[in-house]
Design a protein around this ligand. Structure first.
Ligand code: GDP
Length: 140
């Protein structure tokens, strides 16, 4: 499998509880390298644009409000099959439905406050990496 890069965001519920290090350990233990990382606060406009595919969903406004409620850590993760691997390590969107040992199962608070974002395809990863890290190569 090819070495890929993907985008992850440690969400405000994770920064608030100081579990970003514990979450990063999960990624690193599974062979992913953090090749870029920044802690920042999203503006409302950035959060709206990042999640614009969900604009018609009933939870969109609430999701945007949550994502700007505190700092986030945006990061580029690199490794073999990184896009799928990160999704696997994160677990299902709803922590209650996530498999044992996944980040969302162990750290998520609710279907919204689920601690972590990971790009859902290689195409999305390219777009999402460029969104935050215009200076970073999309491919290793
Ligand atoms: P993901 O790819 O697993 O992050 O899931 P989606 O792309 O479907 O949703 C994006 C984000 O919106 C999720 O990670 C949650 O933070 C939030 N979200 C998804 N579904 C719901 C929902 O039914 N209710 C609420 N309040 N938030 C949701």
């Amino acid at each position: 499998m090819a070495i890929e890069r993907t985008l992850s965001i440690l969400k405000p519920d994770a920064t608030r509880r100081n579990v970003t290090g514990a979450i990063n350990e999960r990624f690193e233990a599974r062979g992913l390298s953090i090749v870029a990382q920044q802690r920042l606060r999203l503006t409302k406009e950035e959060a709206e644009r990042f999640y614009e595919v969900h604009a018609a969903r009933p939870f969109y406004e609430s999701l945007v409000a949550f994502m700007i409620s505190g700092p986030v850590v945006v990061q580029v993760l690199e490794g073999e099959g990184a896009v799928a691997r990160v999704r696997e390590i994160m677990g299902a969107t709803d922590p209650e439905k996530a498999a044992p040992g996944t980040i969302r199962k162990d750290f998520g608070l609710s279907v919204e406050e689920n601690s972590v974002h990971g790009s859902d395809s290689r195409e999305t990863a390219e777009r999402e990496i460029a969104f935050f890290f215009s200076e970073i190569e999309i491919c290793p």
